[in-house]
Design a protein around this ligand. Structure first.
Ligand SMILES: [Zn+2]
Length: 237
C-alpha cells in the first residue's frame, strides 16, 4: 500500500473523529436542557413576583389583624369602666356607649378588610404551589437530561478513543513532513487534506481536472506528492 493510500486512511479516521466530536457537541438533549433552563428562569421570576405579592398581602393582613385586636382592647376597657358603677352621669354614659358603637362599627369594617386579604392571599398561595411544582418538574427534567448527555458523551468518547488509537497507528506509517503538509491542508480546507483522484476529477473539490493535469498525475511516480491545482489538496493517485 502506498503511503498516500495510508494517508487516505488517516483522512478517514480524522473525518470519523470530526463527526463524533460534532455529534458530541450537538447531542439533542443539550438543546432540551438549555430550553428547560430558560423555562426554569422564567418560572423562577414569576414565582419571585408571586411571593412578593403574597408577602405584601400577608403584611396587610397582619396590620388589619393588629388593628382589630387594638379595637377589641379599647371596647373592653370602655365597657369595663361603664359596668364598674364608677360612671354615673348620663351624659358620660351616653358618650362612652356612643364611642363603643363607633369602635365596633370601625372593627366591623376592619373584619371585612381581613376577609378580603384572606381571599386575596388564597389564589397567590395556590399559584406559588403550582409554580413550585412546575419548577420541581423542570429540575427533574434537567437531571434526567444531564444523565442522558453524560451517557451519550461516554459512548462517543469511547468511540473517539478507538478512532484515535487507529489513527495513531496509521499516522506512524507516514513520513513526518507529508503528515505535516496534510494536517496544514486539513486545517485550512474544512477537515479534508487529502482526496482521491476519481476518474478525471478531484474527489475533494469535485472539479474536473484539466487534461494536462491528468497527464501530469499519470506521469507522477507512486511516491510523488501531487496537489490538486484547484483546491490544493493532496491528490491520491
Ligand atoms: Zn481538488
Amino acid at each position: 500500500m502506498s503511503v498516500f493510500e495510508v494517508l487516505l486512511e488517516v483522512q478517514a479516521s480524522d473525518t470519523a473523529a470530526d463527526q463524533l466530536r460534532h455529534r458530541r457537541a450537538t447531542l439533542a438533549e443539550r438543546a432540551e436542557l438549555a430550553a428547560a433552563g430558560t423555562r426554569a428562569v422564567e418560572v423562577q421570576a414569576k414565582l419571585a413576583e408571586t411571593k412578593a405579592q403574597r408577602a405584601e398581602v400577608l403584611a396587610r393582613q397582619a396590620g388589619v389583624d393588629a388593628a382589630i385586636g387594638t379595637a377589641g382592647e379599647r371596647i373592653k376597657e370602655i365597657e369595663g369602666r361603664l359596668y364598674s358603677g364608677q360612671v354615673s352621669a348620663t351624659k358620660d354614659i351616653l358618650a362612652m356607649t356612643a364611642e363603643v358603637e363607633s369602635i365596633k362599627s370601625r372593627r366591623s369594617g376592619l373584619e371585612d378588610d381581613l376577609m378580603a386579604t384572606m381571599e386575596a392571599e388564597e389564589p397567590l398561595a395556590a399559584e406559588m404551589a403550582e409554580l413550585e411544582g412546575v419548577l420541581a418538574g423542570l429540575e427533574a427534567d434537567a437531571d434526567r437530561l444531564r444523565g442522558l448527555i453524560a451517557d451519550g458523551e461516554g459512548v462517543i468518547d469511547a468511540e473517539l478513543a478507538d478512532v484515535n488509537c487507529v489513527r495513531e497507528e496509521q499516522a506512524a506509517r507516514i513520513p513526518a513532513d507529508l503528515l505535516a503538509t496534510y494536517e496544514k491542508l486539513r486545517a485550512r480546507l474544512r477537515g479534508e487534506g487529502a482526496a482521491r483522484v476519481s476518474g478525471r476529477s478531484c474527489s475533494g473539490c469535485h472539479l474536473t481536472l484539466p487534461a494536462q493535469e491528468v497527464e501530469r498525475i499519470k506521469r507522477a511516480g507512486p511516491d510523488d506528492l501531487v496537489l490538486c491545482d484547484q483546491c490544493g489538496r493532496i491528490l491520491v493517485h
